[in-house]
Every structure is written in C-alpha cells, then in structure tokens.
Design a protein around this ligand. Structure first.
Ligand SMILES: Cc1cc2nc3c(=O)[nH]c(=O)nc-3n(C[C@H](O)[C@H](O)[C@H](O)COP(=O)(O)OP(=O)(O)OC[C@H]3O[C@@H](n4cnc5c(N)ncnc54)[C@H](O)[C@@H]3O)c2cc1C
Length: 542
C-alpha cells in the first residue's frame, strides 16, 4: 500500500515538474520586432511555401514570397515540349475534393478561396499493380477496393476487413491529434500522456513496419504485394517503412478520393500565387534567398542574390532543412543538438524519370489505365536496392498515361503522354557532364525497356516523338533540395515524425515536405497551413 502511494506521488511530482518546465519553456518564447517591411517572408514557392503564404495572407498578414525559379510550384509544375505538356510530378493527390468526405486538404483550399481558382477531378481507379505473375487493377473507393480484393483472394476476406478497420482506425486517431502541434506546456503533455488509451490504433502501430502490417493482415504474398504496392510512392521498402504511412495514405485515398488537377499541378501553384496577390501579398520569382539575417537569436529578414535585403517579423522556410541550417541561418546560430540531429537523420530517395510524347493513341490501342506500377519482383528491399544503384532494368517503374486522365492539355488527339518514374540516388550519377549525359540516355532506354513489358509499343523508338529525361541532378537544380530529394526524410520507424514545423529560432518556421505532416502534394500543403497556424497562434489570431 505504502509502495503504491509513493509511486503515485512520484508520478504526480514528475507530471507537475514536466508541466512546470513546459510552461516555463513556452513563456520564454521571444517576441519578434514590430518594425519590418513584411510580417512574414516565405522562402520558396513550392506547395509548402505557397500554402503557408496564402493562409497567412487570408488572415491579413503582409507576406512576401521569394522563389528562385522563374515560376512558382517547385515539384508541382509542368513543362511543354512540342505538342505535349508534361506534369512534372503529380500522379495522384490524396486529401479530398469537392463533394467528397473531406478531412483535410479541400477544406484548406476553401478557407483561402483557392478552391474557386482550380478544378480538381477525381480519378476512377487507384492503380494497376503488375508483377511477373500478377496483374490487378485496384479501384478508388473502399467499397470497390474491398470487393476487388475479396473477389481475387476470397480466402483472405478476414484480413481484408482487418486492414480496412486498421486504416480507418489509424486515420481517426490521427485526426484527433491534428492540433497537437499547436499545443504547448501542460496541454501537450496531457494529450501525449493519454495517447495509449485514446489513440489505440496509432499507439499499437507506431513502432511497426508496413511489412509487419501486411503479415498481420494477410497470408498470401501476392495480396501483400498488391495492397502495399504504393510503397513506390512512400520511399522506404516495406520492411523498413512505418506502417502509419501506409495505413493513413490508403485511408486518405480510398475515403477522400484520388484527385488530379485540371491543367496540371502548375494550375494549383498558379492559383495559390494569384490568391496571395489578391490578398495584398507579394510573390517574386527569380530571386534566390542567400541568407537569413539573425540578431540576438531572432530572424530579422533575408538577403538575396540580387543584392536586396527585406526585413520581416517571421520567416517561413520552404527550402530543405540542410539549406536552411547550413547556408541560410548558419549552424553557429542554432543549438548544437538540433544541428546534430539533422546531420544524423537520413533523407529519402530522389527519382529518375522519362517523359514521353507518343505519336500513337494508347487509349485507342486498348491501354486505358492511367497509373500502373510494374515490378520485377515482390521483394521491396531488392527493388529498392536495384533502383537506388541505377539498375533500372531490374527494378520497378510507375507508368502514368497522363493522356488517359481526360484533360486535353497533355496531348493532341491521336497522340499520348506517358511518364515513367523510378527511385534514384544522386550519387550514382557521374559528375563528368559527358558521362552523365551518356548514362542518362542509357538508363532512359533501360527504363523504357522495363515499361515495354506493359506497353510493348514503347520499345519502338519511331513511336516516341518527344523524350525528356530527369535525374536527381535535375531535381536538385530545380528545387534546390539536397540530392534532389523529393519526399523529405526517409520514413522508417525512427524518423516518421520528421522535424517539427517550428525551429529553435522562435520566429523561423518550416513549411515543406521535410516537416511533420509528412510529404506529397496534399500533405505538404498541410505543412504550409501548420507553419502559418503556428505564426497566427503567436500573433493571437484565430
Ligand atoms: C517526379 C515527382 C513525382 C511525384 N509524385 C507525387 C504524387 O503522385 N503524389 C504526391 O502527393 N506527391 C508526389 N510527389 C511529391 C510532391 O511533389 C512533393 O512532396 C511536394 O510537392 C514538395 O513540396 P515542397 O513545397 O516541400 O517542396 P518543393 O516542391 O521542393 O519546393 C521548394 C521550393 O523552394 C524553392 N527554393 C529553394 N531554395 C530557395 C531559396 N534559397 N530561395 C528561393 N527559393 C528557394 C525551390 O525553387 C522550390 O520552388 C512527386 C514529386 C516528384 C518530383
């Protein structure tokens, strides 16, 4: 009895001490100056920066967004070659759209008015999953998804139901924690302390991998491979990837819908930029930020490669954290443990891509799918290693037939647009320009050869009117992300929390796919909202 009493007392003392320390920590936040050209400067005009700037401008803050490229968008962009327009990045966007259950993204577009400037359209199918002995097309709603899996693998029915329950449960848990990032002090401590009891699915699965999830739900290796197929969107192979991402993303797509943007993702980027200006903000393209000025531990503004200095009360970084810490802020201005942690964290992969305009009509030839994934094996670790070492012929590739999306922007009648993507690592690409270009051409042909297992017409060069190839070097050049990384940190069990949207410098925030709301076109916009929300909280604006 006495022992129990002292344990309870100890817990109470620890609880109160933690609450006190957190309250003190919170109260110690430094206030930004009131004198500045702008309330907030946003460095970078990718989805994270655009979203942050728009949410801030919507609430009346004076914002300046500086983008180094000649147009906004970062990854979410497009380019034109001859008759063809190519989507740079977006295959499929999760997160909701008009007329569907909407638990995140579309609401954020609505509150900023960006929804009025873009047209989202829903894709009927999720993906076609192709292995040497399996070829299954998965539909885009839970009802149809469950039915398709049960029809193909009736003996796995109980596991299919279990997987569905886990996906919904995890998403439900995560939604109840969606404001935790705003909580401080005792409130945050209390929310976290209750997680094992209130967010049971999240608590049970936070330390388990996607492979453990597959093994828990299914016995047949083929169904595991098909259900976990979108590991090729998520970065890490299933034995290393967090199960949380697979659970949340699958539920996000199947409950909220699978979306694309009329006019490509550039249309969404442009809509954000237009809205920022309508709200009195300023968007400047072609201006590279070279430094964040720091005085007495607080940011005071930025300097740019054009020789301009702009002052601001807050800074939002849409750059990768390496540029933010080592180039813009300077590691000497940050606590050593923050810098050390960043150095220890592992970034995710980059991509290799082949963008083709074909002079044939793929749909008329019977290829009516939009998104297929072809894999040479169901061993995701083998595939990951093959792709990352540049052995594209023996890896996996996404095959996106954009001209089947029904948007005439991609190709004129009778022609088609096909894009292939495979994971890639910056370091396998030669530094010597001639060797780099040679390898680019060879590897493009390898990847085309792999995709020709699904569309044999790709093997005939006469069918290819336009071909553009991107590597991690290209992605690094356009986004300035180190190593051309496009997913932020590697999503394994140790790193799925990524880094918070706030930083040790009280008026610098992060809005990019490196921060806590994860990555992808939809989640990165949520990161933008989170960075904006933290600033608004500091300003006392609801
Ligand atoms: C080929 C490809 C396919 C993809 N497919 C999908 C998909 O199907 N679905 C999905 O959801 N996601 C997909 N993604 C991922 C998604 O596009 C990204 O996660 C997201 O768009 C990243 O947004 P961001 O704002 O964090 O960064 P970025 O898009 O990298 O933007 C950063 C911006 O900051 C600018 N910048 C950097 N440094 C400076 C500086 N010093 N000064 C001024 N400007 C600076 C850059 O120029 C850039 O515009 C894909 C990505 C790629 C590349």
């Amino acid at each position: 009895m006495r022992k129990n009493h002292s344990v309870a007392q100890t817990i109470l003392i620890l609880f109160l001490a933690a609450a006190f320390l957190m309250a003190v920590g919170c109260a110690n936040k430094k206030q930004p100056t009131n004198e500045a050209d702008y309330d907030v400067i946003i460095i970078g005009g990718g989805m994270g920066g655009l979203s942050a700037a728009t949410h801030l401008a919507t609430k009346g803050l004076k914002v300046l967004l500086l983008e180094q490229h000649h147009k906004v968008g970062g990854c979410t962009s497009n380019f034109t070659r001859g008759d063809f327009t190519f989507e740079t990045a977006l295959h499929e966007m999760a997160g909701g759209g008009p007329g569907k259950a909407d638990r995140a993204l579309f609401k954020l577009l609505e509150v900023t008015g960006v929804d009025k400037k873009v047209e989202l359209y829903e894709l009927p199918e999720f993906y076609r999953s192709i292995f040497p002995d399996v070829d299954v097309t998965m539909p885009g709603t839970w009802e149809a998804w469950d039915a398709k899996l049960k029809e193909t693998w009736p003996e796995e029915s109980a596991g299919i139901d279990k997987f569905h329950v886990l996906c919904s449960g995890l998403m439900g848990d995560m939604l109840t924690l969606k404001d935790l990032f705003r909580e401080t002090g005792f409130k945050a401590f209390l929310t976290k302390a209750q997680v094992p009891f209130k967010q049971k699915t999240f608590y049970e699965w936070k330390d388990k991998t996607a492979q453990e999830l597959m093994d828990e739900c299914f016995t047949n290796e083929d169904i595991k491979a098909v259900v976990s197929q979108l590991w090729v969107y998520y970065g890490a192979p299933t034995p290393e990837s967090t199960s949380l991402l697979m659970l949340a993303a699958t539920d996000g797509y199947l409950t909220d819908g699978i979306w694309h943007i009329k006019g490509t993702s550039q249309a969404l980027s442009n809509a954000y930029a237009e809205r920022i200006e309508e709200l009195g903000g300023k968007v400047i393209v072609g201006e590279l930020v070279t430094k964040i000025n720091i005085e007495d531990g607080m940011a005071t503004g930025v300097e740019t490669a054009l020789g301009n200095t702009y002052s601001a009360r807050y800074i939002v970084c849409n750059t990768d954290p390496y540029q933010m810490v080592f180039k813009l802020i300077g590691e000497e201005n940050l606590p050593a443990d923050y810098v050390t942690k960043l150095k220890e964290m592992r970034p995710a992969n980059s991509l290799f891509g082949v963008y083709m305009g074909l002079n044939i009509d793929l749909k008329a030839k019977g290829y009516d799918f939009a998104e297929a994934i072809y894999s040479t094996t169901d061993d995701t670790t083998v595939l990951y290693d093959k792709m990352m070492t540049g052995d594209f012929a023996n890896g996996a590739t996404t095959i996106t037939v954009y001209s089947n999306y029904g948007d005439p922007i991609y190709a004129p009648p009778g022609k088609s647009v096909v894009v292939l993507h495979s994971y890639s690592d910056y370091d396998v690409w030669p530094k010597d320009q001639a060797e780099y270009l040679k390898m680019k051409e060879e590897k493009a042909n390898e990847l085309i050869g792999l995709a020709a297992n699904v569309i044999p017409e790709l093997a005939n060069p006469n069918n290819i009117e336009v071909k553009e190839v991107i590597t991690p070097v290209t992605l690094n050049e356009y986004t300035m992300n180190e190593g051309g990384i496009i997913y932020g940190f590697y999503m394994n069990l140790d790193q799925w929390q990524k880094i918070p949207n706030d930083t040790p410098i009280d008026n610098i925030f992060i809005a990019s796919n490196w921060s806590q709301a994860w990555f992808g076109v939809s989640a990165t916009q949520i990161n933008g909202w989170r960075a904006a929300r933290l600033i608004l909280d500091r300003e006392g604006i609801e």
